[in-house]
Write a protein that binds this ligand. Sequence first.
Ligand SMILES: *Cc1c(COP(=O)(O)O)cnc(C)c1O
Length: 340
Amino acid sequence: MDLARFPRRRYSQGATPIELLRRFSAELAATCPGGAGPEVWIKRDDMLGLTPGGNKTRKLEFLVAEALAQGCDTLVTCGAPQSNHCRTTLSAAVKEGLKCQFVIEERVPGSFSDGAGGNHFLFRLMGVEDLTVVPAGTDMAGAMDRVAGVLRSRGRKPYVIPGGGSNALGGLGYVDCAAELQRQSHEIGHGFDGVVLGSGSSGTHGGLLAGFLALGIETPIIGVGVSRDPQDQTPLVRREAQAVCDLLGLGIDVSADAVRCIGGYWQPKYSLPNPMMIEAVRLLARTEAILLDPVYTGKAMAGLIGLARQGFWKPRDRILFLHTGGLPSLFAYQDVVLKG
Ligand SMILES: *Cc1c(COP(=O)(O)O)cnc(C)c1O
């Protein structure tokens, strides 16, 4: 496997830390069968570069490098009103001296507000050039093509990045993360019995899985759906992992059983809170002073807590939670998280 043949920009320094969550694991164990639970570790991809980090940074290192290689002057992407992906793409654009435009899908009707805080505030602070709001269910690829068409007609050179940065090229960011994790496991002196992460547009889950397959890492990856139950999420992750393997020319066939997803933690709807998410956000904040977000990592950690309480892992199994970021949107949900 040779990642070096793909152009890449660097937005982070060094590997993200891996930490043992000693106090969190103890509190969790007290609520698990027989009072014993897994040892939970965390990989701090919330501390990646760009403003203020998160999983999109790894994907953008490859995507923006291609945009620059093509001589583009504007990044066009899409997301929800509190999109971490849009904010991180804008941050990369600012750093590179590019312009940036978004198509925002109002997935929850009425949820877009120009005065909103969180990521939306950062869109305005970092100076998004333009933002088009479209209703739920809009063909987002088509909507971004229209924006790109308008830019081209004005002599500009847009580069369109799909939702979540999840295509084969973006997925390489998590192939690189797999290699980073393998090196760190070697340094720490042990591997992990499972990795748990939030699974959305699937570039993170699919890219990491492709990396594990390429490197022969047998640790199961469990994706907690943030907007879909397994029957819909699994094929998406499988397609992404396959596309990444094909781009790398690995000759690997990704089987459906290589992809593990769980559902039941994202309801009632993508981005809307539930009590399990609130418990997870509070528990990690109050045992480790690490902040999760309400849309992705709060629900993903709720999935980890739920599996542990079902006795899914053996006591003392080492489980690694991938913290994919999302901090700014926590500040758009203050009342929910404190009062819930
Ligand atoms: C986008 C995002 C995810 C989901 O990652 P995908 O690659 O889209 O599956 C998880 N956590 C956070 C904080 C995100 O912003």
